[in-house]
Design a protein around this ligand. Sequence first.
Ligand code: APR
Ligand code: PHB
Length: 382
Amino acid sequence: MFATVAIVGAGPAGLLLARMLHNAGIDSIVLEHRDRAYVEHRQRAGMLEQGTVDALRACGAAGRLDREGLVHHGIELRFDRQSHHLDFPALTGGRSVMIYAQTEIVKDLVALQLAEGGPLLFEAEAISIEDDMLTFVRDGVEEKLGFDFVVGCDGFHGISRAAIPGARVYERDYPYSWLGILADVPPSCEELIYAHSDRGFALHSMRSPTVSRLYLQVPNDTDPDDWPDDRIWDELDARFAIDADWKLMRGPITQKSVTPMRSFVTEPMRHGRLFLAGDAAHIVPPTGAKGLNLAIADVVTLARALQHWFTTGSPDLLNTYSDACLRRVWRAEHFSYFMTTLLHRAPDQTPFDTRLQLSQLHRIADSRHAAAELAENYAGLP
Ligand code: APR
Ligand code: PHB
């Protein structure tokens, strides 16, 4: 088997890359370890920057997103029992964000790839990458795939990263996780609520006008079974409480899971014909909602560089790929770290630390400059 571009992983990064290359007339084969149902039902992120929406539209993958996505013009910060709204268009010169689940993006891209694109092989696990040959296992049989370029879109637990010799890793763990739920109940807010409280962080997000997505900060290694539904709703009530007439609507919880938080970057993101994109190269804690958006930004940069190579023969954009991506990656790493440490309560947190957090939150609420700095990073830098 041979593909001009071999793509490992059918998450949003691998699928969007295959779609963009297809539109540019460059053939690819996508290998995905899991089966289609698994890939299409993983619960992940849901906040899309304008640039992410633009990229999906430009490659003809935004039909359902444009019908079902919810446009949000800001977020709400809650602390000290008060609520503060950040108006993104006013603070950023007109930018907004969109809520549309990552799983839905994956479903849309899988359908397009199977209908119009090159091969997308499920239950095909890449096991090694050499100079111009990839080995994978399908139905218990080892197969070889030759390529001009190979792109590791295989997420944090993939194998591609290890094929970059001498890579340098930067990482940070956090002393807390998120307990996330999906509930069949209309959201109790129009836009997302990020809540700082003495009991820890909480986030109210949504998936549709009838489905809410909520998160609670919990200790690492929390067992979701220790959190019966009533305990979750009571804790959310306590963390979102404000001195105003507001009520959190409850409904049947349909899904519950615990996710650890991590910051991670590997440098460089390229070695010879191998390129990394998305979670394979970097992880952010979810508080700034940057993970999916970074993955898409990598892919847009790489698709452009590959297209430039195939149309002009110039390697310039391939050569600058890693540096160009890492610049955005480190901005998002900083922002995600900032949002996380601003809003969460560390197990060893002192009253002094809490006072610093509240001072910074008040500064964001009171200063247009401080609010604009948050809004620009959240809504996405060009
Ligand atoms: N062979 C083939 N496929 C593999 C292999 C392998 N050896 N290892 C991993 N994969 C597949 C996984 O099964 C997964 O479907 O690679 C895919 C990687 O997809 P994602 O983890 O969704 O990563 P990415 O496409 O970079 O998307 C990043 O996902 O975790 C979120 O916050 C993150 O929203 C961001 C997005
Ligand atoms: C989500 O909807 O899953 C979501 C939204 C915003 C975040 C993190 C997760 O910061």
